[in-house]
Design a protein around this ligand. Sequence first.
Ligand code: ASP
Length: 587
Amino acid sequence: MYRNHTCGELNLSHTGLQVQLAGWIQRIRKLGGMTFIDIRDRYGITQLVVKEDSPAEVKKVAEGLGREFVLSVHGTVVERSSKNPKLPTGDIEIELSAIEILNTSEVPPFTLEEESDGGEELRARYRYLDLRRMPLQQAMRLRHTMAQEVRNYLSNCGFLEIETPFLIKSTPEGARDFVVPSRMHPGQFYALPQSPQTFKQLLMVGGFDKYFQIVRCFRDEDLRADRQPEFTQIDCEMSFVTQEDVLIQFEGLAHHLFAAVLNVDIPTPLPRLSYKKAMEQYGSDKPDTRFEMLLHDLTFLTRDTEFAVFRNAEYVGGLCVPGAASYTTRKQLDQLIEWVKRPQIGAAGLVHVRCTKTEEGVMGYKSSVDKFFDQQALSAWAELMGAGDGDLLLVMSGPREKTQEALGTLRLEMGDRLGLREPGTYAPLWVYDFPLLEWDEETERFYARHHPFTAPKPEDMEAFFSDDRHALMDVNANAYDFVINGTEVGGGSIRIHNPHIQERMFRVLGLTEEEVQTKFSFIIDAFRYGAPPHGGIAFGFDRWCALFGGSESIRDFIAFPKNNAGRDVMLDAPSGIDAAQKKELGL
Ligand code: ASP
């Protein structure tokens, strides 16, 4: 036997008990004639003590211990003289009567404590050591609980968990596919799924009206911080449902997860915001609604001005930053102007207006465009934006969507600076009524905003079959995103289930009849045999875990993640393969 208790469970109620623990040595301290050893397992940390009057054999073994040695120890639970209120076991220690070294360890390349002194690359290389640290242990536990609760909830609602294949033919979702060469069919390739989208739809045709799967997805996307080439989705699909049914079902899941994992009661039904409103009010299709500071459209107030930048702009909009006029210095405003001009935001400039009451109690406005806008004009802006004494107005102009997005980014920045994006508070919502298509100027073609299986709204069907580009641009979809605190956690839609509409969709996306035939005949054929109306959603599982774990990074919630360059630095993958293997694969 190695242990009869864990390192996280002993307290004063166990005083006097003979126990046996096993774990890794986190730290060793020598104090006078005594040696203190912190022993760690996945449940916690317990302090062991070797005293002058401990058995000689114990004292001898204790001399030769080092960090991360694996021990099994016997001892008695005693009350500590100096307690550690931060640890659940901090009131006690174990006076050792026997130590067995189960395995030794080389000196670890970084400290394996709550905080580590190791850099990211080094910790990634020794991921199995980093995983011993409590924050990562907790992250994995949270991930497990999430998965368990997803399964509990959805199974109770009658969903079946069904696996779909990994070696498939490519399904376009907007990213590139990872491909796998076939040895048996030289020169031919499988693709790894970007998501089980078409399979889950085929399961609906197959009669399984409620499906889910916690499933790995693979996307060969350009690298961005915190993107993983393989990641996990909670993938779901239902038959005989409208958008309303789907939203109600999955806000039920969200409600359950918040309650079961965080003990937070989120009020349902969740708030809903149309895509158009989200852009107008928050400058984002994934708004952080924890704080207000909404965008205001000033376009009609700035039409007849000498200021050509505003006069010629499609859109002029602004934010009112509460209280910021008084403490924002000239220099800070200049920095803010530079900040919005960065390529990530891409604004041409930023107009600011300080709103302050004079000694006589009259509101006065000091702006960077005083030459063009008098007090009366500025007071009209302030009134529209609900600005009061001490507030700062920030105004931008340009093409509508781009400028709204820039203001949206500025809004988040100001929210951060003012501490309005409070950790530990949650504002989940649905964003719905997304446009079906996106026109790309460069390639002069339409792309599916969600994916090509999303259905146009029934009322937009005529426009969908028209050849007028502008009419097509205005077609909306029953597509929806699930957003928490400015993060898109999930997205889905009601699907096309009619073969003619599906064919038309591919044609709108610029595929030739032949391409449709070779790439998608399987799904169009399936729709010819009584496909039920259906719809669904997929949630980013890693992201949702990270959000619940209060972390920005999904990597902490994946046991063996890739780094920002898409590499596994522990395995050193991707890597070359030898000539024989290549030949066998026909490469
Ligand atoms: N397959 C979609 C995605 O991965 C989700 C869905 O439409 O259900 O984004």
